[in-house]
Design a protein around this ligand. Structure first.
Ligand code: NAP
Length: 257
């Protein structure tokens, strides 16, 4: 197993899983965390997938981060591209969660305007907890009917899903530790709406060029000042943690280019 060391704020070599979990413990109260990996030149995919970018350290932290989640939130594009199955954490993670007083498994929540998801997908058929689908009121009626058999469908906008409604709906269900695995379109929309508290970003030691997206994809810019919360190193990967500055936001004065 690749050793992961903390470089900042507290230097510490060869962190155990327990120490990593402690470092990544979300604050008390509602918290929305995004988790991404990017190449040094900003690509979020190689050959259309994120998997080719990550090494062992990233995979280890990726799995550990899920443990803290009340809900794992995903854009439908990522679910389709990456071939997601059911959100089912392994038995060891389940035991750990129960010890922390969390539900044995997180809820899987997907954001989709078109509801272009197969009801026979393992996302639904193998789900330990009924997934949530956040969609729009004008989503295709036939898909809505088919998917309502296997998921709870929540309208969160008319023609586009409003991230503030998603967050409020999750919190109203008691899902305050919101962990998102992307992708870029979802992150762009959520950033623009000002509902993202934290970014966990793995910098993969590779340059990719090409036409891959960056971590955010949005028609509008939404400058959001972030502050450094932690730096880990695993081999040549850096695992960075940034939280939104208290005065951050698209209209904040403190934002610098
Ligand atoms: N490097 C990384 O860490 C990382 C992480 C995640 C994903 N990725 C990569 O990113 C690529 C996918 O990018 P993407 O931007 O398509 O991913 P995405 O954000 O997961 O998916 C976009 C889709 O999600 C739905 N969606 C997102 N925001 C919405 C909103 N506000 N309202 C309504 N629907 C919304 C729509 O689904 P419908 O089309 O169903 O309406 C939209 O087409 C893949 O290649 C994946 O491998 C990389």
């Amino acid at each position: 197993m690749t050793s992961i060391q903390s470089l900042w704020p507290s230097p510490n070599a060869d962190l155990t899983d327990e120490q990593l979990l402690e470092l990544y413990a979300p604050p008390v109260g509602p918290w929305l965390r995004m988790n991404f990996i990017s190449s040094l030149d900003g690509a979020v995919t190689r050959d259309g997938l994120s998997g080719g970018l990550g090494d062992e350290a990233d995979h280890r932290v990726f799995e550990l981060l899920r443990r803290w989640a009340d809900v794992v939130l995903l854009g439908a594009g990522t679910a389709r591209a990456e071939g997601y199955g059911a959100m089912r954490l392994p038995a060891e993670a389940e035991r750990w969660r129960v010890e922390q007083g969390l539900a044995p498994q997180p809820v899987f929540a997907l954001v989709t305007r078109r509801l272009d998801l197969d009801p026979a997908s393992p996302i639904f058929t193998d789900a330990p907890v009924t997934p949530l689908l956040f969609t729009v009121s004008d989503a295709p009626a036939d898909r809505r009917a088919a998917l309502s058999e296997v998921a709870e469908i929540v309208d969160a906008g008319e023609t586009v899903v409003d991230p503030a409604v998603v967050r409020a709906q999750l919190e109203a269900r008691g899902h305050t530790r919101i962990h998102s695995e992307g992708g870029p379109t979802l992150f762009g929309a959520f950033l623009e709406a000002g509902v993202v508290d934290e970014l966990c970003l793995t910098l993969a030691p590779t340059l990719e060029a090409g036409t891959a997206m960056r971590v955010t994809q949005a028609p509008q810019s939404a400058p959001t000042a972030m502050e450094l919360a932690g730096v880990l190193r695993g081999g040549d990967e850096l695992l960075l943690r940034y939280t939104k500055r208290a005065d951050a936001g698209p209209d904040a004065q403190g934002v610098t280019a």
